[in-house]
Design a protein around this ligand. Structure first.
Ligand code: SF4
Ligand code: SF4
Length: 151
């Protein structure tokens, strides 16, 4: 999924803070920048997960510092992959970023689980069993495990 997000040309920013005041969801924070504790400039910093892409910051900036660009919406999902998976897309705490609307099947592609192995796996999302077609949400925990054979 695509959304609009502001991009800043900080060279022309005069640190007035009007953009941050104009934002209806407080997605811009004025952050101090500088060296040795002597702050010279304050620039707006975006909280991407909060921004709703309304464009009011760009419209309000008197210096035309902000332009709106299309970006893909991402969510973060914790993945507990089956043994032998490719973990390169996961961070050290096992979180990965995926486009919004991704399903468990997309997670399997991300960790390069081959289809034959995927068919044997059971899946849980936030501790509950679910199918591969399950659509994921930001913050979900996806676990894969092999069924235990008993008798
Ligand atoms: S696009 Fe809208 S929500 Fe996003 S930072 Fe600008 S004013 Fe805030
Ligand atoms: S409104 Fe424009 S000039 Fe003022 S702080 Fe925001 S980006 Fe900088």
């Amino acid at each position: 999924m695509i959304k609009q997000q502001p991009v800043f040309d900080y060279l022309n920013c005069v640190s007035c803070g009007i953009c941050a005041q104009a934002c209806p969801v407080s997605a811009l924070e004025m952050k101090k920048e500088g060296k040795s504790g002597k702050y010279r400039n304050i620039f707006p910093e975006l909280l991407p997960g909060v921004c709703i892409g309304c464009g009011q910051c760009a419209a309000s900036c008197p210096m035309e510092v902000i332009r709106m660009e299309e970006v893909e919406r991402l969510m973060r999902v914790k993945i507990l992959p089956p043994h032998g998976s490719d973990r390169r897309a996961l961070d050290e705490r096992s979180w990965a970023e995926l486009p919004e609307g991704s399903t468990v099947r997309d997670v399997l592609k991300l960790i390069r689980c081959n289809p034959a192995k995927a068919r044997l796996l059971l899946v849980s999302v936030n501790g509950e069993r679910c199918p591969l077609s399950r659509e994921l949400r930001d913050g979900d925990v996806v676990g894969f495990f092999f069924p235990v054979s008993g008798g």
